[in-house]
Design a protein around this ligand. Sequence first.
Ligand SMILES: C[S@@+](CC[C@H](N)C(=O)[O-])C[C@H]1O[C@@H](n2cnc3c(N)ncnc32)[C@H](O)[C@@H]1O
Length: 243
Amino acid sequence: MKVDVLALFPEIIAPALHTGIIRRVQEHEKLNINLYNLRDWTTDKHSTVDDYPYGGGAGMILKPEPIFAAVAALNPTSDAQILYLTPQGTPLTQPLVEALSLEAHIIVLCGRYKGIDERVRDSLVTKEISIGDYVLSGGEIPALVLIDAIARVLPGALGDYESAHDDSFSKDLLDHPHYTRPAEYAGIKVPDVLLTGHHENIEKWRHAEAIKRTAQRRPDLLENIELTDEEVAIIDESKVNQN
Ligand SMILES: C[S@@+](CC[C@H](N)C(=O)[O-])C[C@H]1O[C@@H](n2cnc3c(N)ncnc32)[C@H](O)[C@@H]1O
């Protein structure tokens, strides 16, 4: 999979590409990430990428010409996804990450200032993505969030010891609680079942905890799954214990 990032400050993203899972998937040639500076596609001596908004008002807008020229230079096929990161976009979720991880070529446009000229959005962009309901100063950090999320679902990204199997959202549930040694810390004990070595009971306990936690913190997720009678009983019991 190839990810080309167009940004005004690619140096924000660069250091994170040399570490951890993102580095590993690049080494395994599952992911080919290229960072480009939009200024490289300007034609004036000041390398101007922004201009004042028509109609007046505060802030600057990224000009269309360097963006159109940069995307053309990256030679996208008609199948390529040209993503614009914007707080106005579709919220980034795990299913969307997994869908994007199947793409062969993604071009990621990072905005700055007040954003980009609307004609880029109308004519070039295939999808707009938001990483949350807040406004950052630029699209570079959202681009890194997107790349990291995609990298960890690519084949071979995670070793067994860091499997994504039970991760939050993988099955429309939040992850279960985790404990490590010591078995007792400051008088607080690890749940007995985890010390038994009985895999079936441990799995049952983890699933029940994931169900309870999801019901408490993100009940909206449970609307996507059909709960068994046993799972409904787990939720009801946890509500009684809460009161
Ligand atoms: C200051 S923001 C512009 C916000 C824009 N005027 C608006 O209100 O929708 C500058 C750039 O940061 C990026 N950005 C900011 N917040 C974001 C978010 N929550 N998700 C994705 N990108 C974001 C976008 O690329 C955006 O063009």
